[in-house]
Design a protein around this ligand. Structure first.
Ligand code: IPM
Ligand code: MG
Length: 367
């Protein structure tokens, strides 16, 4: 199978984690007999520095001409004082829009090998397997009007939360369908006791539930969902929520399972899928070779599954991550005091080697 992928390493630790994710992807292609065509482009701060634009046309064109995009991270303190359009984040938000990627899937899974990493007691966190389905192209992130205006000292800032019925329905449909492939429980998270957007959200989701009688739908306000998530994370299966709530709850879910560095994401719904770790550019540790590449590597697994429908290959990458963790390999974010740590590259190499051996075994079994 032909795999046309654009990689956008971006800023901070992005290039380090993406280079490991690409080693894994190349090994999958070589081992399982796929033809990988890779193109690398700029996004975020690196694109701003080179082109004065966080998402140059050349990047958009390359992404739209490929089947999937693998992104590292965007964000750099060098641009903190710049206007919104000239910040690295603006590049990512526009890319999501250009790709029509309205459905952001963020799995948060507890790995028994990492029991000691979670701040929660093992008996609380054990068995946690959550899929957050975050609406990605609406709400406060994109609503108009938005501005900061007025005289210094008396300025006024405005953001707009806005959701249309079709927008709610299309993301809810994705969430219901995903729930059907899992434990068939869907929790819709909103703030319908205060916000009009949330009232409409709840109404539309409730209406759509009739099309999915096999899925058990429930609703929760976002504040109590945040509390329930730490008190009883095993109580969750699929969480459906709007853009901003999903941004917050997914970082929280990362903390619960032990490290945000573990979380991968898939942004789908448009013609080209976008895959990226949930963590940011972490400028404080960039360039030191200590970042955790697992979020990026697991994003490759999501790409294999959701864009290319290569389930065996996706499972192989995920098995490589589990086996590497069981083998005791820990990047700094996962290590307890006194535990030996490995570099970004060593962690990536372990998984690449696992994939190499698994592919050989697979090919021997097939012949
Ligand atoms: C995320 C990030 C982004 C977001 C930023 C970098 C724009 O926090 O993917 O969760 O807020 O969506
Ligand atoms: Mg975020």
């Amino acid at each position: 199978m032909q795999l046309r992928v654009t990689s956008l390493p971006g800023d901070g630790i992005g290039p380090e984690v993406i280079s490991q994710a690409i080693c894994v992807l190349e090994e999958v292609a070589a081992g399982f007999g796929h033809d990988l065509e890779l193109d690398e482009k700029e996004i975020g701060g690196v694109a701003l520095a080179k082109f004065g634009n966080p998402l140059p046309d050349s990047t958009i064109q390359a992404c739209l001409a490929s089947q999937a995009v693998l992104l590292g991270a965007v964000g750099s303190p060098a641009f903190d004082h710049k206007p919104r359009e000239l910040r690295p984040e603006a590049g990512l938000l526009r890319l999501r829009q250009e790709l029509g990627a309205f459905a952001n899937l963020r799995p948060a899974v507890f790995y028994p090998a990492l029991a000691a990493c979670s701040p929660l007691r093992e008996e609380i966190v054990k068995g946690t397997d959550i899929l957050i389905v975050r609406e990605l192209l609406g709400g406060l992130y994109f609503g108009q009007p938005r501005s900061i205006a007025g005289e210094p000292g008396a300025r006024q800032a405005i953001n707009t939360m806005s959701y249309g019925e079709p927008e709610i329905e299309r993301i809810a449909r994705v969430a219901f369908q995903l729930a059907q492939t899992r434990r068939r429980r869907l929790l819709s998270v909103d703030k319908s006791n205060v916000l009009e957007c949330s009232r409409l959200w709840r109404e539309v989701v409730t209406r759509l539930a009739r099309d999915f009688p096999d899925v058990q739908l429930s609703h929760m306000y976002v504040d109590s969902a945040a509390m329930a998530l730490v008190l009883k994370p095993v109580g969750f299966d699929v969480i459906l929520t709007e853009n901003m709530f999903g941004d917050v709850l997914s970082d929280q879910a990362g903390g619960i399972v032990g490290s945000l560095g573990l979380l991968a994401s898939a942004s789908i719904g448009g013609p080209v899928g976008l895959y990226e770790p949930v963590h940011g550019s972490a400028p404080d540790i960039a360039g030191q070779g200590i970042a955790n590449p697992l979020g990026a590597i697991l994003s490759v697994a999501l790409m294999l599954r959701h864009t290319f429908h290569l389930l065996k290959e996706a499972e192989c990458v995920e098995a490589g991550v589990i086996s590497t963790l069981m083998g005791g390999f820990r990047t700094r974010d996962l290590a307890r005091p006194g535990e030996r740590t490995v570099s970004t590259e060593e962690m990536g190499a372990q998984i690449t080697e696992f994939v190499r051996l698994a592919a050989i075994a697979n090919n021997q079994a097939a012949s």
